[in-house]
Design a protein around this ligand. Sequence first.
Ligand code: FE2
Ligand code: FE2
Length: 189
Amino acid sequence: MDKEDILQLLKKNALFNEWYSYVKDIIESDEFQIRKLYLHHDDSVYHHCISVSFKSYMIARNVGANKKNCAIAGLLHDFYPKAWQYSQELYEKYPDRLRNEKNIFHMHGFTHGKEAAKNYQKYYPEVVNKQITNAIKWHMFPLTLVPPLYKEGWIVTLADKIVSFTTINIKSVPKLVGLKKTIKIKKHI
Ligand SMILES: [Fe+2]
Ligand SMILES: [Fe+2]
């Protein structure tokens, strides 16, 4: 099954419609669709960020945090402008979207939260607020040393770790979103 079918899988969850009402316009935008070509380890940024968004939304729902802000911050937490991993398809279609700095992998963890927090304001000014901005900016805590300021930021940080440490392929999505009870942990970094 293609990784782009993640939305089809999420539709099986009874909570899909509410979550999707918060993120639909962003997901359908051209700028977000390009993230299908950005790699995130052996996954795409598109797939990873939708997974983090849905997970963040679900946690927010359980703890009484702002569901919409968590869904949007989760979706845009890795919305940095240029890809840090090489992708042949991205290179062929949008070569200027690839970064070329040396040792970018080492720098990336420290800098991409700030880049994403700035970049999302450029493309989606209609959803900007301080909770979302702060959550995106500091989602790499504890690597960033500065912790998130709001509980919504802590939720996105947690959801990102859960998704990143869970087997990253389409088969893991039902487990990830609670359609199956067990989550098989497999390290990818
Ligand atoms: Fe990140
Ligand atoms: Fe992430």
